[in-house]
Design a binder for this molecule. Structure first.
Ligand SMILES: [Zn+2]
Length: 119
């Protein structure tokens, strides 16, 4: 199963299968982008989108409302596919940047359980 992921409007939106699913001006709770325990990150633009198994991810440019640090994140979960349907990450979920750690941990909530498969 393939999904169409892209950014729209110069990075204002994450588009999943031609529907706008996440975008600028949203407020995301993100750990690890500044010195705050959990940043209140005001999303200013989508830098890149990706998919890791069933998790849709995006790198975003944004600013922590608490400490004003501007940052470009690593891949953060924006949603995932469950039985082929897209489910957004809940607004109050704390997103963790994948960074240098295993990409399979994108989303943080649960490890990927797909055995084998690969590309
Ligand atoms: Zn901060």
């Amino acid at each position: 199963m393939s999904h169409r992921l892209r950014t729209l409007d110069d990075g204002a939106w994450v588009s999943v299968n031609d529907r706008r699913r996440a975008g600028a001006s949203e407020l995301w709770r993100v750990r690890g982008v500044c010195d705050c325990p959990v940043a209140d990150l005001l999303v200013e633009g989508i830098v890149d989108v990706g998919v890791d198994r069933r998790t849709v991810t995006a790198r975003v440019a944004g600013r922590c409302l608490a400490c004003s640090r501007e940052t470009v994140t690593g891949h953060l979960a924006v949603g995932r596919f469950v039985d082929g349907s897209y489910r957004p990450v809940s607004d109050d979920a704390v997103r963790v940047t994948a960074g240098e750690s295993a990409r399979s941990r994108v989303g943080g909530a649960e490890p990927a359980t797909d055995a084998g498969g690969g590309e």
